[in-house]
Design a protein around this ligand. Structure first.
Ligand code: PLP
Length: 411
């Protein structure tokens, strides 16, 4: 397991463009690629920040089955998957993946019934469902009927930061369970029912793990974010420990999961947390550039061909409007990456059929040249491409299907 401190990741050098162009000369754009050397550099950096706590790999941020396999085989520090839908999870289980935890509640009754059959075969190791209320337990119960083995479930705890006397709530709006008392009440409700069995706890601090404390060009905002995140992390540390102690008295817990790419180094230090989660850090999309505590190497990109020159100073690429999910701000746009120095047009952004590029290097780009972009988020890029070209150095070493390339679109 990698634990030694690593130097800061190098920024994209100019010759990266020539290197990728050499590697991918035979591939027609548009295409997506992964820089394998950067992926493994990022993987080692995440293992270092997790400081010995196993990392459950967030599959939504990878969305490539053979790559998930390679990541899990790479280091024992990567253990199990945090999946995003139950049909995806059952599909992965059918392909031999085990130790699966579905991170989000499901309302798919057909898939729950299928999970009941799998749980009958593997009562102690079948995939785990996430719950945060009796309503989800009702749905599971109704879907499975009289089960031979109870469905394994985990409780999600809300670890948002409440301030101004509870009037301002910072963090994703997910679970209603916040206090040890609420968690114990739900744990008892689970224990009372024959169809389910409590095996774990999860608490994801998205306002720390997914929000960088160094947003570009916003120094004041950066200071506010950093202060709120410090306070929130301290509050979570206490509360998570109290909830874990209280729930463990009701049912033995196999795991307590927390964190994400942006919080590995803080969440992993909590004694109550048995494992951390991360996925985006492998691809290192642009939203993860904005952290002061670590730097990752851009690993996932897509290439578009320049198809027209509306003026000598503008190069217009084909397509490119791959916006990331979330609050619809400019940070969700893809970013031109190579050659360095290009920028999007303020009025057109990244479009469905074309993306005009401005900046000095645009003058030198001709019809047929290619431009490399980075997505703002990780796995969503895979919904646009059927394959990922794996580059190492200046060679393409493999081409892997995305979920979409395998005919699977789960969300
Ligand atoms: C429950 C949960 N854990 C962890 C993560 C972190 O994933 P990533 O490292 O890809 O940001 C997420 C991302 O949304 C999540 O929903």
């Amino acid at each position: 397991m990698a634990t030694a401190a690593q130097p800061l990741a190098p920024s994209a050098p100019r010759d990266d463009y020539e290197r990728l162009e050499r590697a991918l000369a035979g591939v027609e754009a548009p295409f997506a690629l992964l820089d394998l050397d950067a992926i493994w550099w990022n993987a080692d950096d995440m293992l270092r920040r997790a400081a010995g706590k196993p990392i459950r790999v967030a599959s939504k941020s990878v969305r490539c089955r053979p790559l998930l396999r390679q990541i899990l085989a790479r280091d024992l520090g990567f253990r199990g998957l945090l999946t995003y839908t139950l049909p995806e999870t059952l599909w992965l289980a059918g392909h031999g993946f085990d130790d699966l935890v579905v991170a989000y509640p499901t309302a798919d009754r057909t898939a729950v019934a299928e999970l009941a059959r799998l749980t009958a075969e593997r009562p102690t190791s079948a995939p785990v469902l996430m719950v945060d209320s009796a309503a989800q337990l009702d749905l599971i119960e109704a879907a499975v009927g009289d089960v031979p083995a109870p469905i394994r479930v985990a409780i999600e705890l809300d670890v948002g930061y409440w301030t101004a006397g509870g009037r301002l709530k910072i963090g994703p709006k997910r679970s209603p369970i916040r206090t040890p008392e609420q968690a114990v009440a739900l744990a008892r409700e689970i224990e009372r029912r024959r169809a389910v069995r409590l095996v774990g706890l999860m608490a994801y601090e998205g306002h720390i793990a997914g929000v960088g404390d160094r947003p570009p060009g916003k120094r004041l905002q950066a200071r506010v974010i950093a202060r709120l995140q410090r306070r929130s992390a301290a509050e979570i540390r206490e509360r998570r420990a109290a909830v874990v102690a209280a729930v463990a008295a009701v049912a033995p817990l196999e795991f307590v999961n927390g964190g994400g790419t942006g919080s590995l180094h803080t969440t992993a230090t909590e004694p109550a947390v048995t494992e951390v989660a991360a996925g985006s850090g492998f691809y290192a999309p642009t939203l993860f550039d904005a952290y002061s505590a670590f730097r990752l190497r851009p690993a996932a990109m897509f290439a578009l061909p320049v198809v027209r020159k509306p003026a000598p100073s503008i190069a217009t690429a084909l397509g490119g409007g791959y916006l990331a999910s979330g609050a619809g701000d400019a940070a969700r746009l893809p970013a031109p990456h190579l050659p360095p120095g290009l920028r999007l047009d303020r009025f057109e952004g990244a479009g469905e059929v074309q993306t005009p590029l401005l900046g000095e290097p645009a003058r030198g780009l001709a019809v047929g040249d290619r431009v490399y972009f980075r997505h703002a988020k990780a796995g969503e890029l895979c919904e646009r491409f059927e394959t990922l070209h794996l580059v190492s150095g200046d060679r393409v070493v493999d081409e892997l299907p995305t979920y979409r390339g395998e005919g699977r679109t789960f969300l």
